[in-house]
Design a protein around this ligand. Structure first.
Ligand code: NAD
Length: 361
């Protein structure tokens, strides 16, 4: 039973299949809240293409105000062919980037979970990935993607050269480190920090600060790995990892690699957190214009994003566990949407999958 605090959750369905999958996730959230006596206040707002159509902006002022006031945000997906012709600054995706920067969501949590029932969906051997459950914590607002100076210039030899700056300060490293140690605490208490400390000074500092932080988290076992080895280990024996923490660029690459271990884009949730633990939760996939409106999208990534929200922003771990157990149960029962169905099997609709999860709860 949780304390009787009301959690203020903003729901942003977005575009395409976003509205379909978020509707199911919202039903699951309400069902688990009732079961665990969690007090919720839900509000809804526009973001992305639907916001452009209604207001001219992918991130209307009102949406941003509501987002700042919320304890957590559940997002579907944004984008679609209708808005593809717009200039970069006015595209639906700017709504997402605007939320991330305005709310300072610097910690990106990307789990790679492979339910044993879906082991055949992976391109790796079932015994290598079956039951995989790892979490990559990626720094999202710093590192080489943002470092200054950057650009292209003519060097002393009269040749064109391109350059970027890989820079992290102590504060940035410490805050992503804390987010990762805290996440490890909520899981199996093993954290692997990924760097390139044999070559890059910035990651020597990264490693030193992770070691300093480890003193504050004696219950978490910290290890270090070079990024090239980490890439190799992810495909060789991914189940050795519990939580991995790394910078923006290494995290970008490793998290996509880890996602592909599971082979099912419709199953993977994500979270982006700020220093206060406020977060935006969303499936890793996009708005899937090719199947939008057909009622066949897989809602499980969004439903598991709700579980992450309960765990990481709302401190309702029991409810989070219950959702994950319910998802596992419906997979055991043989429910599959079209994207994860095995050949010859009958698939269920988005709505039927939502019904099944609610029933399993
Ligand atoms: P996508 O993830 O939308 O779709 C890729 C493929 O996976 C498609 O075949 C789609 O049908 C399938 N798919 C995705 N989610 C699914 C689900 N839940 N169930 C079943 N099948 C699913 O990527 P895309 O096609 O490259 O992009 C489409 C639009 O989404 C673009 O406008 C893109 O900019 C946007 N996008 C948004 C986000 C986001 O909102 N976070 C992320 C990625 C792409």
């Amino acid at each position: 039973m949780s304390e009787a605090r009301t959690h203020n959750v903003l729901i942003l369905p977005g575009d395409g299949i976003g509205t379909e999958i978020v509707a199911e996730a919202e039903r699951v959230l309400l069902a688990v809240a009732e079961k665990y006596d969690i007090s919720l206040q839900l509000s809804h707002a526009l973001v992305g293409g639907s916001a452009i159509d209604a207001t001219g902006s992918p991130l209307p002022e009102e949406t941003l105000t509501q987002a700042k006031a919320a304890d957590a945000i559940l997002l579907g997906a944004v984008g679609g062919h209708k808005w593809d012709g717009l200039e970069m600054a006015k595209r639906p995706e700017k709504g997402l980037l605007g939320l991330r920067s305005n709310l300072e969501l610097f910690a990106n949590l990307r789990p790679a979970i492979l339910f044993p029932q879906l082991a055949s969906a992976s391109t790796l051997k079932p015994e290598v990935v079956s039951g995989l459950d790892l979490l990559i914590v990626r720094e999202l607002t710093g590192g080489i993607y943002f470092g200054q100076p950057r650009g292209e210039r003519i060097n002393d030899q009269g040749e064109r050269e391109g350059f970027n700056t890989y820079i992290y300060n102590e504060t940035e490293i410490r805050r992503i480190g804390r987010a990762a140690f805290e996440a490890a605490r909520k899981r199996n208490k093993r954290l692997c920090s990924v760097d390139k400390a044999n070559v890059l000074e910035v990651t020597v500092l990264w490693r030193n600060i992770m070691n300093e932080l480890a003193n504050e988290y004696p219950d978490v076992e910290l290890s270090h790995m070079y990024v090239d080895n980490a890439a190799m280990q992810l495909v060789r024996a991914p189940k050795q990892f519990d939580v991995m923490v790394t910078g923006n660029m290494f995290g970008d690459i490793l998290s996509d690699c880890a996602a592909m271990l599971t082979g099912s884009i419709g199953m993977l949730p994500s979270a982006s957190l700020n220093a206060a633990g406020k977060g935006m939760y969303e499936p890793i996939h996009g708005s899937a214009p090719d199947i939008a409106g057909k009622g066949i999208a897989n809602p499980l990534a969004t439903i598991m994003s709700v579980a992450m929200m309960l765990r990481y922003s709302l401190n309702e771990s029991a409810a989070a566990d219950a959702i994950e157990a319910a998802v596992s149960k419906v997979l055991d029962q043989g429910y599959r949407t079209a994207d994860i169905v095995a050949e010859g099997d009958q698939s269920v609709s988005t709505r039927e999958m939502g019904d099944a999860v609610v029933a399993a709860l």
